[in-house]
Design a protein around this ligand. Structure first.
Ligand SMILES: [Zn+2]
Length: 511
């Protein structure tokens, strides 16, 4: 069997393109789960982008062991220096540097001649090699580049010390046969290609990212790049879980494998969805809620029941999509809660468990049986992450149609504060009161409310997307049996994140 390396870029290409800023704690949680999933490389971020991004990559490099930790840069020395700084604590550091090489990008975006591009690419790889032994080079927009020039660039950067060369289809423009042909061309024409690993990086604009990546792997690539749930710019990146299951399911005919732990897929998918605020479509391959429901219409009516269904090529248990996990209730002790949470992919420190257990008791008091979905909701709740802003009390008065006054009491960094505000409906009034209390200038970009869990008293699960300054977006999440409270918690969670980012980026001491 030929083993393929899995390169996860959820935290870089996935995150950046959504405009979302994940903080160090969130990145760390995803990083740890990716190690459980068994990916070989974790691209942690772009350290030169901002001080908080630098800090997040630094934390991940220091804390996450068991995978190569990669940091992203352009060809500028300053950006590469930032990567080296961020990766100091990493056991297996890798710097990912690169430049665009297609005629249109070189001319319009970079305003550089091909010779200048080669020179800069080589200098960047050499510079990165001063810090680390493992340097990956990306040839941006490689698919639309001139083949002779592509070969020239790759030979030069491998000569300069690149250990991995990444051949992106930046615009998601390729078809599987063309991409396969290009990878074969590189394998056959780059003289020193055996000294580096060839990596495929595809985008899903034509819905072919997974197909193109597999075609590239078949043609000789040794590494595949992707994101969990396929999140990313425009139509997204290659879905890593699709690659993992395609390689696993068809390993018999391809002779190609990866070493992922497939049973961690569902937990990883849920975590990324929860922290990125991007829901997984119900029909999404491998991780969608409906991915394993129903039997094809062609199922033979009289097939013996004791035979495994011929159409169920993937057992839902194989990807960790647990069936009915039963339920817990007020009589379930903290040990049972801890065990169930572990089975669902959450590992908690004792202090966190205590906090979650209190919330669990409150919840089972309100709604009786607590199902797996409720537990996922509970874990997504803002308070678990250690919030600087806690909603203590809310009271609402409505007058006429859709006018409301909200009085909100918060625990704000240890002080109890109260404020009232009017708005169009109770949620708007609550958000305005929170704005007054917290005093950050933010803009509410999106607000979603859905129910999670089963039973008559399903939980309200609120997600807000909040823009601050021109720097970016944060996601806030809140869960409660009361939808107004869930909304308030979500907004408070987002405001906490904004406060932290602003504090970190203005260079003040953070805790
Ligand atoms: Zn990309």
């Amino acid at each position: 069997m030929r083993k393929i390396s899995l390169f996860d870029t959820t935290l870089r290409d996935g995150e950046k393109s959504l405009g979302i800023t994940l903080n160090a704690k969130e990145k760390l949680e995803i990083g740890r789960q990716l190690v459980k999933l068994g990916v070989d490389v974790i691209e942690a971020g772009f350290p030169a982008a901002s001080p908080s991004e630098l800090e997040a990559v630094r934390t991940l490099a220091r804390e996450v062991k068991g995978a190569v930790i990669c940091a992203f840069a352009g060809v500028e020395e300053r950006e590469i220096d930032c990567c080296a700084d961020a990766l100091k604590g990493a056991g297996q550091p890798r710097i990912h540097t690169g430049i665009a090489i297609s005629p249109v990008y070189m001319e319009k975006k970079l305003r550089l001649s091909p010779d200048q591009v080669v020179e800069m690419a080589v200098a960047a790889v050499r510079h990165a090699r001063k810090y680390v032994g493992d340097v990956q080079f990306y040839a941006e927009d490689a698919f639309r580049s001139d083949r002779t020039f592509l070969v020239r660039v790759l030979e030069k950067v491998i000569e300069a010390g690149a250990t991995v060369v990444n051949i992106p289809d930046t615009l998601g423009y390729a078809t599987p046969w063309e991409y396969s042909e290009m990878i074969s061309y590189i394998m056959n024409n780059v003289r020193n290609i055996q000294r580096a690993v060839l990596s495929v990086h595809c985008h899903n604009d034509l819905g072919m990212a997974t197909a193109n990546s597999l075609a590239g792997i078949k043609a000789g690539a040794g590494q595949v790049e992707g994101t969990i749930n396929g999140i990313g710019e425009r139509a997204g990146n290659t879905s890593l879980e699709e690659i993992i299951m395609a390689l696993y399911t068809r390993r018999g005919s391809t002779g190609i494998e990866c070493w992922a732990k497939t049973r961690e897929i569902a937990a990883t998918s849920r975590l990324v969805s929860r922290l990125s605020g991007v829901p997984v479509p119900t029909h999404k391959a491998i991780v969608g809620a409906n991915a394993f429901t129903g039997i094809p219409a062609s199922f033979p009516e009289h097939a013996p029941l004791n035979e495994a269904l011929p159409f169920e090529m993937i057992d839902p248990d194989m990807v960790g999509m647990l069936g009915d996990g039963g339920f817990l209730n007020a009589w379930s002790g903290p040990y049972m809660l801890k065990q169930r949470l572990q089975e669902l992919g959450y590992s908690l420190e004792q202090a966190e468990l205590d906090l979650v257990y209190q919330k669990f008791l409150q919840l089972s008091g309100c709604k009786g049986d607590v199902f797996d979905e409720d537990l996922h909701g509970l874990m997504g709740d803002a308070g678990v992450a250690g919030n600087g802003i806690t909603v203590k009390n809310i009271s609402i008065t409505t007058t006429g149609v859709s006018r409301a006054t909200a009085t909100v009491t918060l625990d704000l960094d240890g002080d109890t504060v109260t404020e009232a505000a009017c708005g169009m409906g109770p949620v708007d009034a609550v958000f305005k009161a929170l704005d007054l209390l917290v005093g950050e200038r933010v803009y509410l970009e999106d607000y979603m409310l859905k129910t999670v869990g089963r039973g008559r008293e399903a939980l309200g699960d609120a997600t807000v997307k909040v823009r601050y300054g021109d720097k970016g977006l944060v996601i806030g999440r809140g869960i409660s049996t009361d939808v107004i409270e869930a909304s308030a918690r979500a907004y408070a969670n987002a405001l906490t994140k904004v406060k932290t980012i602003i504090r970190e980026n203005t260079g003040q001491a953070s805790n």
